[in-house]
Design a protein around this ligand. Structure first.
Ligand code: 8LK
Length: 223
């Protein structure tokens, strides 16, 4: 009887505020063929059955908050359960940052009514209670709100036109509470902090500080 080898890759999350450099980080690691990189499925959020949920979100957070985060949670679950033969899976954001940063913020701002928050939380608890969303390492791209605000403006994403510096400050605090001070919620894996304020021209050296930890599962050398 053949035994079914279920290969579960060493799973790494790249977490950080809007504009903290997650896509740049992900693209750097595309050069390794034993890494499967999964970018944030923002194109799905911009076209769910033809509807741009991201645009709706920023137009009216109270009205579309649940709709948006409900779909985000589905798309993140799809990425957590995405099968790959690669030794390493590198994901941009996760079901965890969805719940602990974005949904939590909406709950605190009363953007999400409590009954809606409960539904999202029940899905989250179910999804994370099994091995579907296991994570081995979190890379926290820690950047200052002023720096990410400037980058967000330069990137000039249509849907983010109305996003203010204040919101980025608040989202920074949510990430700090979860990943740096760890005062809120549990971290599903060890966290390595990367200085997200560094300019693109020098940030590769910063990436190389965490590369051994990302490959440690594959290299026999002691980490
Ligand atoms: C997991 C998760 C990602 C995510 C992104 N966003 C927003 C922030 C950015 O403007 C855009 C792309 O990350 O989507 C959100 O509101 N809620 C989210 N939840």
């Amino acid at each position: 009887k053949r035994i079914k080898l279920t290969h579960s890759p060493f799973t790494v999350l790249v977490e950080g505020n809007i504009g903290s450099g997650k896509t740049t980080f992900l693209n750097y690691f595309k050069q390794y063929n034993n890494i499967c990189t999964l970018a944030e499925p923002i194109e799905l959020w911009k076209n769910c059955g033809g509807y741009n949920l991201l645009s709706h979100l920023y137009e009216d957070r109270e009205r579309w908050g649940f709709t948006f985060q409900s779909y985000v949670q589905l798309t993140m679950l799809q990425q957590h359960t995405f099968k790959t033969d690669c030794a390493i899976k590198l994901m941009e954001r996760s079901i965890y940052s969805a719940r602990y940063c974005f949904v939590e913020k909406m709950i605190r701002d009363s953007v999400l009514p409590a009954p809606s928050a409960s539904v999202i939380d029940e899905w989250f608890k179910w999804a994370t209670s099994s091995a579907m969303c296991d994570v081995d390492l979190i890379i926290y791209l820690r950047a200052s709100p002023e720096v990410v605000y400037k980058r967000m403006r330069e990137r000039n994403r249509q849907e983010e036109k109305t996003v203010q510096l204040e919101y980025l400050h608040e989202m920074h605090e949510m990430h700090e509470n979860w990943l740096y001070y760890k005062t809120m919620f549990t971290c599903p894996a060890p966290v390595l902090v990367v200085n997200g304020d560094l300019d693109k021209s020098v940030i590769v050296e910063e990436y190389q500080k965490v590369t051994p930890s990302i490959f440690n599962k594959c290299l026999s050398v002691p980490s």
